[in-house]
Design a protein around this ligand. Structure first.
Ligand code: ARG
Ligand code: ZN
Length: 432
């Protein structure tokens, strides 16, 4: 019976193809640059009315003339979408012709394949694997790594952070790094793992990481949004939000980076649960954002530097994203971001833009960086890792090492600067 069914499906496909219709069998990413307001309206309409996922910008309201739109179009809506575009004379480019193949590449676990030269840290990992890795890392490094349960997710998964502490100096300061607040940004959790591994492997070998770990503890939360991350592995690779259920609609999920108490749900976020930038019912309504906020509130006297890792677009952002006002230490933040971007350009030949969020991309209130800043953590950054749109969220595993190494360089540059600016020298600081 099943074979017969498959046979029929293929026969019909064949007929359709021969009739000259091009029936797309693969999910694709299209790049479209609207030239007129009419084009903008059509794109807004397509991305809201049809089964598609907007990659860039994050929400239809930000689509504007002469600015590239990246749109994920699943095979089953491909014909309709392309017809609509053609009918209104909107030209498109196929950015990725076969997203399915890339997704397959990202989820393939070739650890068992001896021919693959890639290490554990050069692959993407399921949530279960990451939980296992957290345990093993703490277990293997009992003097340096502790697991901290900072809370649990909407679906009751644990939110584990690792505390890296290489000495017990009194009055020790700290930095915080979280990854995976947005589920589909897979290179972000990969970075958190990379960072921990690098710290453990290169302490006393690399001068910079040694100086940082001598003077700061590091809290690393590898997956801030485990429910969403799990969902991207099992059901929908393009999922962004958490998975909380709304009382009023069937639409699921809150954008956790719009759920913090920083000009909450003003321009740049939405009260509509069906949008990708839904702010939730009130600030910290979500257990994930609340857990992080609670932890930072109770550690605000020690945490000097807040980092949150996203992808994609290659940017180093700092407050504010929720207002055009300049942060009180804007000059400092700008200088640090600039120095980090320059280093990446010099050593890795990659371009990172940098600046205050609202002026560099768009208004995005309720973000964790702005909230942490207002709490008193005066060095607060959002990193947007690789790439700039070639693969977007589907960055192949072979690019993980490049993406993480350049981000690591930025983290080191900024952390060293924070130590230099705030802590009296106890050991000679490295010159570079
Ligand atoms: N792409 C991120 C977002 O849309 C940018 C975050 C910048 N910072 C912020 N507070 N919104 O959430
Ligand atoms: Zn993000």
């Amino acid at each position: 019976m099943a074979t017969l069914l498959i046979f029929f499906v293929f026969m019909n496909l064949d007929v359709l193809l021969r009739m000259g219709h091009c029936t797309e069998t693969r999910d694709q990413i299209l790049s479209i640059t609207p030239k007129t307001q009419e084009h903008v309206d059509i794109l807004r309409n397509i991305s809201t009315q049809y089964e598609t996922a907007l990659w860039q910008p994050v929400s239809p309201q930000y689509i504007k003339e002469e600015t590239q739109v990246h749109l994920f179009v699943p095979a089953n809506s491909s014909e309709t979408v392309k017809d609509l575009l053609q009918r209104h004379a909107v030209t498109h480019e196929v950015l990725l012709a076969n997203a399915n193949e890339l997704i397959e590449m990202q989820t393939r676990n070739d650890s068992t394949d001896p021919r693959s030269g890639s290490t554990f840290y050069e692959r993407y990992h399921s949530l279960e694997d990451i939980y296992y890795w957290i345990n093993r890392t703490a277990h293997d490094n009992p003097n340096r790594v502790k697991i901290i349960l900072v809370g649990s997710s909407y679906e009751k998964r644990p939110l584990y952070a690792l505390k890296l502490s290489f000495n017990n100096r009194t009055n020790k300061k700290a930095m915080w790094i979280d990854c995976g607040i947005h589920a589909r940004e897979w290179v972000s959790p990969a970075f958190c793992l990379w960072f921990v591994h690098y710290s453990l492997s290169f302490y006393n070998i690399n001068q910079d990481i040694t100086h940082i770990l001598d003077n700061m503890d590091v809290y690393v939360l590898p997956v801030l949004n485990p429910d969403g991350y799990k969902y991207t592995w099992t059901s929908n690779r393009m999922w962004r939000k958490n998975r909380s259920i709304s009382k009023t609609t069937s639409c699921i999920g809150v954008d956790l980076n719009r759920n913090f108490d920083a000009n909450w749900c003003t321009e740049g976020a939405s009260h509509d649960p069906c949008t990708e930038i839904y702010c939730g019912t009130f600030p910290e309504s979500e257990p994930e954002s609340q857990a992080v906020a609670n932890f930072l509130r109770s550690h605000k006297d020690t945490v000097q530097l807040y980092l949150t890792i996203h992808s994609y677009s290659q940017m180093l952002l700092f407050p504010y994203s929720c207002t055009l006002e300049e942060a009180e230490n804007h000059r400092d933040l700008l200088e640090m971001a600039q120095e980090a971007a320059q280093k990446i350009r010099r050593y890795y030949r990659n371009i990172y833009r940098y600046g205050a969020g609202a002026k560099t991309i768009y208004f995005a209130p309720g973000g964790s960086d702005d909230w942490a800043y207002n709490l008193g953590i005066k060095y607060s950054f959002t990193f947007e890792l690789q790439d700039r749109g070639r693969y977007g969220f589907l960055l192949p595993p072979s690019h993980i090492s490049g993406a993480c190494n350049e981000a690591l360089l930025a983290v080191k540059t900024i952390a060293l600067k924070v130590i230099q600016k705030t802590q009296a020298p106890t050991s000679p600081s490295p010159t570079f």
